[in-house]
Design a protein around this ligand. Structure first.
Ligand code: FAD
Ligand code: NAG
Ligand code: NAG
Length: 368
């Protein structure tokens, strides 16, 4: 049987993971996106700003937990079959200054989710910390992982084209499909025939896609700092008394992400000096080891080796991830649209699980 054409819109972690699974399921897959891995970092491309670690979201649904569990399995499998994959299993420590029912609920959940989970003993807790836990989890080395996904997609026979899409229907209707610029790594020209289906992985693209605006989509702004600290080899989350959260995620390069903020519906695309200062102060308080060894006695934010000030917009959606099928009518013909967006602060840790669901929806919509 001839392989069916499927278009994936979006080349963030969600679009790329979904496109790889679609190829593996036997479809001809073409990605269309404005921004790809390796492009200059952009506020319109959330995936390049993530930490990213895998810490199961406590208050979310069991559906989300299923996606997170499947993604954890997929990451562990990647590590097993490919020792060079930019994904690491590493120790993670959570510390809190404020005990209470929320923390107990959180630790109960994490203890069920992660094997080798253990509570820290009183003697292991730094001053001012009332409780802490430790477990191994996944760190994704984002600047290497995104090109890894892109290469894997292209090597498996996928095609990719750069294009700013005014609406999904403009992509499907062959006659008015805009002129396409080929992504340099992809050979050939885009399929001339219409796709059997389109998968919508446009993240915050709600703003730029004209057909049907999803007004439930909004950003949760995350400001972070990239710190040079090659001696740091584990992750950490530190909950302050006043509900600020600091976190640390080391990369293979020796750079460390130091977060952060969680600012609802805030679109400000560049760092704010007062926020940078606060992240630094909280950071060296939570983890003085971010400073070079000879500078830890009297911690001073000016001794942090800051590589970059970062701002990303988490692709949040009221009601959580949108994983469902709709359709567009073009000239009397129905085209299935599979939606896979709205992963909020969990797009990496749910990526493979939600890609799998999207392919199940795709198969169901094409079998009818
Ligand atoms: C500071 C920070 C820390 C984070 N930490 C973590 C973490 O530790 N763990 C975790 O799991 N997640 C984390 N996240 C969340 C994660 O980064 C996101 O959930 C994820 O990147 C969303 O990916 P996406 O592919 O849906 O969107 P994006 O990466 O934004 O990709 C969207 C794609 O769609 C394309 N597109 C959109 N509109 C159009 C259009 N009109 N025409 C053409 N192309 C279009 C874009 O060009 C792009 O290719 C973090 C995020 C931030 C900001
Ligand atoms: C799928 O790809 C193959 C190989 O590139 C091509 O021969 C075939 O025509 C494609 N199928 C469709 C429906 O375009
Ligand atoms: C595709 O996804 C965006 C969110 O990024 C949403 O706003 C839009 O409505 C979806 N497109 C269609 C045709 O439903």
């Amino acid at each position: 049987m001839e392989r069916m054409n499927v278009f994936v819109v979006g080349a963030g972690v969600v679009g790329l993971s979904t496109a790889i699974r679609a190829l593996e399921a036997g479809y001809n897959v073409t990605i269309f996106a404005e921004i790809f891995p390796g492009d200059p970092k952009s506020i319109k491309y959330t995936s390049c700003w993530a930490g990213a670690d895998h810490i199961s979201v406590v208050t979310s649904s069991t559906f989300m937990h299923e996606l997170e569990r499947e993604t954890m399995q997929a990451f562990l499998h990647l590590i097993e079959v490919d020792p060079l994959v930019p994904v690491m299993l590493r120790p993670h420590v959570e510390l809190t200054q404020a005990a209470g029912p929320d923390i107990k609920k959180k630790y109960d959940h994490l203890s069920q989710f992660y094997s080798d989970f253990r509570s820290l003993r009183q003697s292991e807790l730094p001053e001012g910390v009332v409780a802490g836990v430790m477990f191994p989890t996944i760190h994704v080395d984002v600047p290497r992982y995104l090109p890894y996904l892109m290469n894997r997609f292209l090597h498996a026979g996928g095609q990719a084209f750069r294009m700013t899409i005014p609406s999904l229907s403009s992509l499907i209707a062959r006659n008015d499909r805009p002129v396409l610029e080929a992504f340099p790594l992809s050979a050939g020209s885009p399929p001339s025939s219409d796709p059997a289906a389109v998968i919508n992985c446009t993240g915050l693209g709600a703003l730029s896609l004209g057909d049907v605006l999803d007004t439930d989509v909004y950003p949760t702004r995350g400001e972070t700092l990239l710190i040079r600290a090659p001696w740091v080899h584990h992750g950490m989350t530190y909950y302050c008394q006043n509900s600020d959260v600091s976190y640390i995620i080391p990369r293979q390069s020796g750079d460390v992400i130091l977060g952060g903020t969680w600012q609802i519906d805030d679109w400000h695309p560049i760092s704010r000096p007062e926020t940078v200062k606060s992240i630094k102060e909280r950071g060296i308080h939570a983890y003085p080891e971010l400073l070079p060894p000879n500078k830890r006695e009297n911690p001073d934010i000016n001794d942090l080796d800051v590589v970059e000030e970062c701002v990303g917009l988490r692709t949040t959606r009221k009601g959580g991830i949108r994983l469902e099928t709709t359709s567009i009518d073009i000239g009397g013909k129905e085209f299935p649209i599979i939606h896979n967006y709205g992963h909020g602060g969990a797009g990496y840790q749910s990526s493979w699980g939600s890609a799998k669901r999207a392919i199940e929806l795709l198969q169901a919509s094409l079998e009818r």
